[in-house]
Design a protein around this ligand. Sequence first.
Ligand SMILES: [Zn+2]
Length: 387
Amino acid sequence: MTEKLYDLNGRARAFSARVLSCAEKDGKWAVELDRTAFFPMGGGQEGDQGILHGVRVTDTVEEDGRIYHLCISPLPVGAQVQGTLDWELRFARMQVHSGEHIVSGIAHGKWGCENVGFHMTAEGAVLDFDRELDARQLRELEEEANRAVWANLPFRVWYPSPEELAALSFRQKKELRGPVRLVEIQGIDRCACCAPHVERSGEIGLIRLSDPMRHRGGVRLTLRAGLSAWQEDFRLARDADSLCRLLSAPRTGMPEAVQALQKRMEEQKAALAAAERRYTALLLDTAGETEGDLCFFLPAETSPAAARELCEQGGSRCGGICAVFTENPAGGWRYVMASGSRDLRAESRALNAALRGRGGGSPGMIQGSAEADREEIGALFHGKQIG
Ligand SMILES: [Zn+2]
């Protein structure tokens, strides 16, 4: 049985121990020690990493009550070894996990929310509550959680006696077996948990809640704390600075600058559409009316909507087919054809074959793409060619 140094001392990070066993497991070496500060995966927190006797430990797991350090090389059984945690990783995880207890404790106390899901990710954690919280409540939750951080409250971790436990109320996420380990944050939360935590809430530094989404009748949140919260805020601040420079806007005026940009884009879109309408009207005037076909060629920047409108109007002014070809910047053409007298769907196979194209549609209108050059198109449509 391994003595769990992490159990009542979350700050233990270097220790000496004796190797009890070492066996190959899935390409790694599973090493058992008589004592360890490496926390095995549990309670939503990943297993610790670090160095044992100069050998890298990539994960720590618990199976059937035994703790295995997964090492990249074997260790000599019986040897006395030194162990060191990857402390930056462990501390960042404790900041997130301890932050989660604060957030869950406050949400439980204020609105009766039960934490029904928690798993840690590389960037923080995903947290599920069993009831929905609106934007105002989420802001309140985040603010109160940070106030609890600034109050630098002590975390107490202990195994109460059965009598003491019976008299205490506490949150629990699953059925408990064996002695119950409680984690208490003064005035905020009391919860059964197996993982190591910070000693005082001030070590968490910062708590951020983001990306709320409805989930199984409740809400799913992304939680960042400590290092992961700062890294995300730093990234967002850097992006905000880049946007300010691109928009030539002050930091506080970004929404207004983007709204002004959107308004300008809408105005330009409307002006462009009006110009296209004038252009296609001019092309239709030039074409006049004919009993034969009409064939228009348009530059690549013409919108599909304008090509289609020209085609519809041209189709009603000719006796045959009105075909509109818009240059494709990648080569060839986009085409749309309309006719009041011919069944284009029935003819589309022959038309596509002649144009080296593909496409289809309804009897009155077809559209697609074509590879044919202008001469080949001209030979196919007898009648006026415009554009
Ligand atoms: Zn926990």
